[in-house]
Design a binder for this molecule. Sequence first.
Ligand SMILES: CC1=C(CCC(=O)O)c2cc3nc(cc4[nH]c(cc5[nH]c(cc1n2)c(C)c5CCC(=O)O)c(CCC(=O)O)c4C)C(CCC(=O)O)=C3C
Ligand SMILES: [Fe+2]
Length: 342
Amino acid sequence: MPDALLLLSFGGPEQPDDVMPFLENVTRGRGVPRARLEAVAEHYMHFGGVSPINELNRQIITAVEAQLRSAAIDLPVYFGNRNWHPMIEDTVAQMRDDGVRSALVFPTSAWGGYSGCRQYHEDIARARSAVGPNAPQLVKLRQYYDHPLLVASFADAVGAAVAELPADRRNGARLVFTAHSVPIAADAAAGPPEDGGNLYSRQVAEAARLVAAAAGFESHDLVWQSRSGPPQVPWLDPDICDHLEALAADGTDAVVVCPVGFVSDHLEVVWDLDTEASEKAAELGIAFARAGTPGTDPRFAELVIDLIAEQRGDIPVQRLGIEPSYGVGRDGVSCRTGCCAR
Ligand SMILES: CC1=C(CCC(=O)O)c2cc3nc(cc4[nH]c(cc5[nH]c(cc1n2)c(C)c5CCC(=O)O)c(CCC(=O)O)c4C)C(CCC(=O)O)=C3C
Ligand SMILES: [Fe+2]
């Protein structure tokens, strides 16, 4: 039985001086051009050098703690990140000092793929080896891209966004899903080799299909956002802004954008969508409404509790999708041999 839960996330700057060191941590050894780093630093500076992500994760933790208390489950919740404080290495050291011997790890990514899954296993392995022989055993929870509570939360958010559009444009509104782009080669390698690849984009497409159906839409589009890396490397496309141009050219005058690839309103959502894409839509004369993310919905904390119960064998696995869900691994050993290599 686990004696703690660790919420493991990406991390983000909390003051202007954090921005560059944070970006250097994120892109270490990744070949992201300096110009892109400076542009992204600028995005953070529009928000005073503070990413919303850490505060949103603290809210998730508060909600999870409350639900654990009301279910009379005694599981302290810890917070650690890959790229910024509290760093996972420091958190796992604290867990050891507190006498934690075995913990479950909830990642704030619902997806398979290198960035969304395998890299979190690597974070776990790195933190445990930094802490040494008394490090707690850490079991990462599964990919939850198609959990009924995630789908229901996004579907309700889509409905609420439709209601924000001008009344005379609601019926013709196009539903557009977005997720973080990744290099095409990384997507091709996503999932266990025997699974045929593209696990990330397949799961995103399946989540979009489930949310669209639950929200009562007969059709929808799936596009990508927040591309990084050198321009000669191909990434998943089209980009959301290019797609808005194509929609305008086809006569679309209203869109609902659902950031299905993100659990919270972090910087990619509040900058790339609420700022850049919404400005692009305004230029094109398209009415624009952005659906909320599930992180602050009480159902998200419930989802975390369900994943813990599933992992302990207390309840059956709850999934709606036809694509697989992997991602469970112990002590940073990735779920399958050769999974999500890049
Ligand atoms: C699939 C995926 C998710 C979703 C799964 C998950 O949630 O884990 C995600 C989430 C996030 N990505 C984030 C921020 C950044 N991602 C970057 C760069 C990259 N992301 C990538 C992929 C993903 N990223 C990739 C392939 C790169 C290229 C470099 C590399 O191969 O690693 C860069 C570098 C600058 C840039 O190039 O944009 C930044 C600053 C934040 C925090 C935002 C905040 O502060 O609120 C979050 C939640
Ligand atoms: Fe990213």
